[in-house]
Design a protein around this ligand. Structure first.
Ligand SMILES: [Zn+2]
Length: 1104
C-alpha cells in the first residue's frame, strides 16, 4: 500500500495543514464520522477488522398470540431456519431465536462479538437459561443503538457458541409517538444484521475521540483556546487517516489521544459536576406493564456488563416495583444487582414503590408508596434510600417534604419543573419547605434532563444554567437513555472520562452516588434560598382530568382500602372479643395495595398512556375492588359477630358505621330492603319516612358517634327532624334573563327548602339562587346561574392527553339544555331530574339531590361522552369576594390566586384539588365537593370544575364512554377556617357503611372506637403494623393510627380509644418507633400537634 505524502520532499506550502475555512472544515469533520454516504471511505470503514454473516446460523420460533413466555416455555418451541432480510412482526409480537456461531479460521485469537440489529429490543440468553444482556436496535431514530454482545476475548477457530435471543417487536420508545392516536398494528421489523465481528480497537477509540472533538469545536465558544486546539487537532486527525491503512489509523488515533492527554488539567475546576448513569423506565406508557418487566431486565443487565468493564461507572435506578419484577423474572440479574450495589456501582434510589403521580394520589397513598418502597429496598439491600428521586412527575405536592422526611429521605431530586411553559423556576439548589415547614434539600440538575447524552452542550449547560452559583459550586448530571429504558451507552461513559478533567472546560466531572452528592452539597452549600409550598408544574394540567374512570377507580380504591384496614383492625383488636379467630388479611392487603400503587405511576393515573395499558389498569382495579369488598364483608361479619348473618330472611335491622373521627349530626342513608327479611318494611309516620325512586328505604340517621357502630331499627322517629319541601315557582324575569341562549317562554322553576337552605332552580335545573338560612347569605352571584355545563375547545400545543392551555378559556360555550322534573318530593329528600343533550353526540343525566339532613346540594351525573378535543366543565359563579381559593391537597389544603395579576398567577389557571375547593369571605363561603374529580379553575368569583376531556393521543378512545360522578355545592356559615368543609368533603367520600343485622342486636348498640377532642385533627388511617407482633404469636397487636391536622392550627388532642393499650409511641411513616405518647386511664392518647402535621402513632394493644 502506497502512503500519500511520503515523498522525500514535503508538499509545498504546508498543504496538509489547517486552512482558513472553518465552516467547511467542520462539515468535513461531520462527514468523517457519518454513516451512510462515504462510510466506506471515512472513519466508519475502520471500525471493524473482521465481519462474517456466514458464521452465524439462525433459527426462529414465533411466539403465538403476542404472548411473552418464559425461557423454559421458549425451549419447547418449534424453531425454523431464518436469515437476515426477513421481516418480523406485528408490533408487540415476541420471537425467540436459536443462534449458533462457528468461529472461522481467520477469527482465531480475536475478541469476537455477536452483532444483531432488527430495529427492536432483544435479550440475549445462555443455553442454560441465564439472561445475559439487552440489545437495542436502530429503531426510534437509533439514539439508543447498542447491538453487540461480546462472545469471547480470545476466539479459537472452529469453536461453537450457542445461545438464544428473545426479541420484542417494539422499539425502545414504545409503540407510537406520544401524539399519535394509537399504535400502528402493521409495523414490522426487518432483520438487518446478524454477524460476528472483530472490533478494530484503534478505529473504535478514534471514533469516540473524534466525535467529542467535533463537539468541542462546534459547541464551545470560539474564543476559547480549547476550541482552537480541538479544531487544529481534529483536522490533523483527518489528514493523517487513510482508508485500509493500519499505520495511518494508528497515527490518526495517536494525534487524538495526544490532544486529550495534553489537555488534562491538574486539580479541580471551581464547578464540580457529579455524574451518574441512569435509565428512566416508565413503568407503563407507550408499552404495557409486561413489556416494562422485560425493559428493566434488558436495560439493567446491559448496565451490569458496563460495570464489569469499568469499575468507576456508577448507575442509579429507582422504583421498587421494577426491582421486584427483575427479582422474580431474572434472579441471576438480580444477584448481579445486589453484588454491584455492594461495590457502590448499582445504586437504588427513590424509596418509593413506583415513581408515582403526586397531584392526584391521596396522602395515605403517598405514605404507602414510601412504606412499601423503603421496606423493599431495606429487605433486599440492607439499607433504605436516602435520596427521594422523582425526575419526571407532573407537579409536586406541598406535603412531600414532610412525608419523604418521615420516610428517611431529606434529599430530593427532580428536573420536571424545567418544563414550565410560562415561568422559569429560579433555583437549582434550594431548601424546599413543605406545608408544615419541613425542609428538604432539593436539587434540579441544571442540564434540565434526567437522560443526558454526555455531550459538550449538556456539560456546558450544567455550568451556565446553574442558577445558584452564589450558594454552591456543585451540580448533578443524570445521563443515559430513558423513558423506554436503555440507560447509558458505553461511548457516553467514555466521553465523560475524556471530558472529566479537560483543561479549558468550566467544570470537572466525577462519577457519583447521588447520596454522596447530596451529602457533599449539604456540607458545602451556603445560605441556600428557600421555596415554600407546592412545586407546581406549569404544564400537563390536562392530566388532572384525562381518563376519568382511572381517577375515579383510584379514589374509590383508596377509600375501600381505608375501610378494609379500619374494619379489619377493629375486628382483630376489639377488646370485646367479638371476633375470635379473625385473621388480619395482611398478605391480601399488601397485594391489592401494591396494585393501587402501581396504577399511580406518573403516566398511568394522569391518563397519558396507551389504551392497552388501561386494559391492564382496569383489570387490576376490578381485582382490588372485588378483593377489597370481600375483605370488607369478612371484617364486618367478624365485627358484628353472631348478629351478622348471610341468611337474608333473618335480617331485621342494620348497623351503621361511621369510620370518620367526628360525630355526624344528621345524614341520610339508603337501605336496600331486599337485603333484609321480607317482613321489614317502612312503617310508622310517612311525614318523615320515604322510599327512594328505586325502592330503597331512606333512613334519617342523627347523632352518629365518631368512629362508631350504631344499630338502627326501623320506626324510630329522629328528634329534631324538619321535612324538606319542593314546589314549582314562577321566577322573576331578572333571574331568567340571565339566559341568552335559550328562549324562555315560561318563567317556571323549582324551589327547594329545608332547615338549612332555600335553593331555586330554573326549568333546566340551573341554580338561580341559593340562600344559606343561618347567615341569610345568597351564594349565587347576582344575575348569574350555577350548575351550568360549559364546553371548551381543548386543543393544546404539544401533548394531547397531557395539556390544556390557558387559551381554552377564551373559547367556551354553554352546552345544550334539557328540562327538569321532580323525581322525589320529600319529606326526607327532594330529587330533580334533568337530561341535557349537551351536544349532538353526547348527553348528560343529572339528579339534583337535597336532603333534610344538611345544606348540601348534590349533583349526581351520568354522561355519555363522544367528543373530540372538547373539555366539559361545570360552572358556579359565586357571590363571594376573595383573592384566594382553597383547594384540598394531601393531608391539608393549599391556597391559590383567583386572579391573573402576574404570570405566576396566570400559570395556575387550572389547578389540582382533591375532595373540596372553597371560596370564602368573612362570615360566609361556598365549597364545591366531588367524589372523583381533580381539575379546578377559579377566576374572580367563578369556580369551575373540569369534568371530562377528549384528547386523541396517545389513546384516541380516551374517555369515550359512559361516566358517572358526583359533586356537591355546600354554602356554609363562617369562612373556610371556621367551617366544617373538611369534614363535609371527607364524609361526602367516606359515607357511613350500612350492614344488615339479625333481629335483636341489642348488645351491639353504640360501640365507639375513637373520639377525638380536636375538630381539626383527623384520624385518617387505622391499620395493623406491617411487622405486627401478633405474627410472633405473642397475642398482642401493633396498630398504626395516622392523624393529620387539617386546617393549619395547633393544639393538643385527647383521643379516646376502645383498645387496651399496652404501649404507645409516635412513629414515622415507615412505622419505626419514636418517642412515647402519654396515655391517660389506659385508653386516652394525649397528642400535641402542629399546623398540617401528619402524626403517626404505634400502639401495642391487647385484644383481651
Ligand atoms: Zn417518565
Amino acid at each position: 500500500m502506497q502512503r500519500f505524502g511520503t515523498t522525500k520532499q514535503p508538499l509545498s506550502n504546508n498543504l496538509n495543514t489547517l486552512q482558513k475555512h472553518r465552516d467547511i472544515t467542520i462539515e468535513r469533520f461531520n462527514k468523517f464520522v457519518q454513516r451512510g454516504q462515504f462510510e466506506d471511505v471515512n472513519l466508519n470503514s475502520a471500525l471493524w477488522k473482521k465481519r462474517s454473516g456466514n458464521a452465524v446460523t439462525l433459527k426462529v420460533f414465533p411466539v403465538p398470540d403476542l404472548k411473552r413466555i418464559s425461557f423454559e416455555e421458549a425451549m419447547k418451541g418449534e424453531y425454523k431456519a431464518t436469515k437476515v432480510g426477513e421481516w418480523f412482526g406485528p408490533i408487540l409480537a415476541t420471537f425467540w431465536f436459536k443462534v449458533a456461531v462457528v468461529i472461522p479460521p481467520d477469527f482465531e485469537g480475536e475478541e469476537v462479538r455477536f452483532e444483531f440489529d432488527c430495529s427492536n429490543e432483544v435479550m440475549v440468553w445462555s443455553t442454560g437459561g441465564i439472561p445475559i444482556t439487552g440489545l437495542t436496535g436502530t429503531g426510534g431514530g437509533g439514539e439508543g443503538r447498542h447491538v453487540d454482545y461480546l462472545l469471547t476475548e480470545k476466539a479459537v477457530a472452529g469453536e461453537i457458541f450457542e445461545f438464544y435471543l428473545e426479541m420484542a417487536c417494539n422499539d425502545r420508545d414504545g409503540l407510537s409517538g406520544p401524539d399519535s392516536p394509537h399504535p400502528n398494528p402493521d409495523v414490522n421489523f426487518r432483520l438487518d444484521i446478524a454477524d460476528i465481528t472483530v472490533r478494530n480497537k484503534l478505529g473504535y477509540d478514534l471514533m469516540t475521540y473524534f466525535k467529542l472533538m467535533i463537539m468541542l469545536v462546534k459547541d464551545t465558544p470560539q474564543e476559547w483556546q480549547l476550541n482552537g486546539d480541538a479544531l487544529y487537532y481534529a483536522d490533523k486527525v483527518i489528514n493523517a487517516f487513510r482508508v485500509n491503512d493500519e499505520r495511518a489509523l494508528k497515527e490518526a488515533h495517536d494525534i487524538a489521544a495526544k490532544f486529550f492527554r495534553d489537555h488534562q488539567k491538574e486539580g479541580r475546576s471551581l464547578h464540580q459536576i457529579y455524574a451518574v448513569g441512569h435509565c428512566h423506565i416508565d413503568t407503563a406508557w407507550l408499552w404495557p406493564y409486561d413489556e416494562t418487566k422485560r425493559k428493566a431486565g434488558r436495560s439493567w443487565s446491559r448496565q451490569i456488563t458496563f460495570m464489569k468493564l469499568n469499575p468507576k461507572f456508577t448507575f442509579t435506578a429507582s422504583q421498587a416495583q421494577q426491582y421486584a419484577w427483575v427479582e422474580e423474572l431474572y434472579p441471576t440479574i438480580f444477584k448481579d444487582i445486589q453484588e454491584f450495589e455492594k461495590k457502590g456501582q448499582f445504586l437504588p434510589v427513590g424509596g418509593t414503590w413506583v415513581e408515582m403521580d403526586c397531584n392526584l394520589t391521596s396522602g395515605e397513598s403517598l405514605c404507602r408508596q414510601f412504606l412499601f418502597g423503603q421496606r423493599y429496598f431495606e429487605s433486599r439491600f440492607g439499607k433504605r434510600c436516602t435520596v427521594f428521586w422523582l425526575p419526571d412527575t407532573f407537579g409536586y405536592s406541598s406535603q412531600l417534604p414532610q412525608i419523604s422526611s418521615s420516610a428517611g429521605m431529606k434529599y430530593f431530586f427532580t428536573q420536571k419543573i424545567s418544563w414550565n411553559n410560562i415561568n422559569k423556576f429560579p433555583h437549582n439548589t434550594f431548601k424546599w419547605a413543605g406545608l408544615d415547614n419541613t425542609e428538604v434539600l432539593c436539587h434540579f440538575p441544571p442540564a434540565d434532563t434526567y437522560g443526558g447524552q454526555c455531550t459538550v452542550v449538556d456539560l456546558l449547560k450544567s455550568v451556565h444554567n446553574y442558577k445558584d452559583k452564589a450558594y454552591s459550586n456543585k451540580s448533578m448530571y443524570s445521563y443515559g437513555n430513558g423513558d423506554g429504558g436503555g440507560g447509558p451507552l458505553y461511548p457516553m461513559i467514555e466521553r465523560l472520562e475524556h471530558l472529566g478533567n479537560l483543561e479549558g472546560m468550566p467544570a470537572t466531572i466525577q462519577n457519583c452516588d447521588p447520596a454522596r452528592f447530596f451529602e457533599e452539597l449539604d456540607a458545602t452549600s451556603r445560605d441556600l434560598n428557600r421555596w415554600k409550598g407546592e412545586l407546581y408544574l406549569e404544564f400537563h394540567r390536562g392530566t388532572y382530568t384525562s381518563h376519568g374512570l382511572v381517577k375515579k377507580y383510584n379514589r374509590k380504591c383508596e377509600i375501600l382500602l381505608r375501610e378494609v384496614e379500619f374494619l379489619s383492625t377493629l375486628a382483630l383488636a376489639n377488646p370485646h372479643n367479638q371476633a375470635p379467630g379473625f385473621v388480619y388479611p395482611s398478605a391480601e392487603l399488601e397485594r391489592i395495595w401494591k396494585l393501587v400503587l402501581l396504577n399511580q405511576f406518573h403516566d398511568v393515573l394522569p391518563g397519558s398512556s396507551l389504551k392497552l395499558v388501561y386494559d391492564d389498569v382496569i383489570r387490576f382495579y376490578e381485582d382490588v375492588t372485588l378483593t377489597g369488598e370481600k375483605l370488607k364483608e369478612k371484617a364486618l361479619q367478624a365485627l358484628m359477630g353472631h348478629f351478622s348473618s348471610a341468611n337474608k330472611t333473618l335480617r331485621q335491622a342494620v348497623a351503621i358505621i361511621n369510620t370518620t373521627s367526628w360525630p355526624i349530626d344528621a345524614t341520610l342513608v339508603e337501605v336496600d330492603l331486599t337485603q333484609l327479611s321480607a317482613g321489614v318494611k317502612l312503617h310508622g309516620d310517612f311525614t318523615w319516612q320515604q322510599l327512594s325512586k328505586r325502592g330503597h328505604a331512606l333512613v334519617y340517621v342523627d347523632n352518629l358517634g365518631a368512629g362508631s357502630i350504631q344499630t338502627f331499627t326501623f320506626g324510630n322517629k329522629p328528634s329534631n327532624f324538619v321535612p324538606i319541601k319542593v314546589q314549582q315557582i314562577i321566577l322573576p324575569s331578572s333571574q331568567t334573563n340571565a339566559d341568552d341562549f335559550v328562549n324562555v317562554d315560561e318563567d317556571t322553576g323549582f324551589e327547594v327548602e329545608n332547615n338549612f337552605i332555600i335553593a331555586k332552580f330554573d326549568k333546566h335545573g340551573r341554580l338561580v339562587s341559593l340562600l344559606e338560612k343561618s347567615t341569610k347569605h345568597e351564594a349565587i352571584a347576582p344575575d348569574q346561574l350555577g350548575n351550568v355545563f360549559k364546553l371548551f375547545e381543548d386543543i393544546p400545543i404539544y401533548f394531547d392527553a397531557w395539556d390544556i392551555e390557558a387559551y381554552h378559556l377564551e373559547k367556551g360555550w354553554d352546552a345544550d339544555l334539557g328540562l327538569a322534573t321532580i323525581e322525589e318530593a320529600g319529606p326526607l329528600r327532594v330529587v330533580l331530574f334533568v337530561k341535557h343533550p349537551l351536544t349532538e353526540l353526547s348527553w348528560l343525566e343529572q339528579r339534583i339531590i337535597i336532603t333534610a339532613a344538611d345544606g348540601l346540594i348534590e349533583f349526581e351525573n351520568k354522561v355519555d361522552w363522544r367528543e373530540n378535543r372538547i373539555c366539559l366543565k361545570v360552572e358556579f359563579p359565586l357571590n363571594v369576594n376573595c383573592d384566594y381559593a382553597t383547594y384540598e391537597t394531601q393531608f391539608g389544603y393549599i391556597q391559590r390566586p383567583t386572579h391573573y395579576n402576574t404570570s405566576w398567577d396566570l400559570a395556575r389557571f387550572e389547578v389540582c384539588g382533591h375532595r373540596y375547593a372553597d371560596l370564602s369571605e368573612y362570615g360566609f363561603g361556598v365549597a364545591l365537593l366531588n367524589d372523583s374529580k381533580y381539575g379546578y379553575s377559579t377566576k374572580g368569583g367563578v369556580m369551575r370544575m373540569s369534568l371530562l376531556r377528549s384528547p386523541k393521543g396517545p389513546d384516541d378512545t380516551t374517555d369515550m364512554e359512559i361516566h358517572q360522578f358526583r359533586f356537591a355545592l355546600y354554602p356554609h356559615k363562617g369562612s373556610f377556617l371556621q367551617s366544617d368543609v373538611v369534614k363535609k368533603a371527607y364524609q361526602y367520600n367516606e359515607k357511613p357503611i350500612v350492614h344488615p343485622l339479625l333481629v335483636d342486636p341489642e348488645n351491639l348498640v353504640e360501640k365507639q372506637f375513637f373520639v377525638s377532642s380536636a375538630a381539626n385533627f383527623v384520624l385518617d388511617t387505622v391499620k395493623v403494623a406491617e411487622d405486627s407482633r401478633v405474627a410472633e404469636g405473642k397475642g398482642k397487636v401493633d396498630i398504626i393510627l395516622r392523624f393529620y391536622e387539617s386546617y393549619g392550627g395547633r393544639g393538643v388532642a385527647r383521643v379516646e380509644t376502645l383498645f387496651n393499650i399496652v404501649e404507645a409511641n409516635f412513629c414515622n411513616i415507615l412505622e419505626d418507633l419514636e418517642d412515647s405518647v402519654t396515655v391517660e386511664e389506659g385508653r386516652t392518647l394525649v397528642i400535641p400537634f402542629k399546623p398540617f402535621q401528619i402524626v403517626s402513632v404505634r400502639l401495642l394493644v391487647s385484644p383481651k
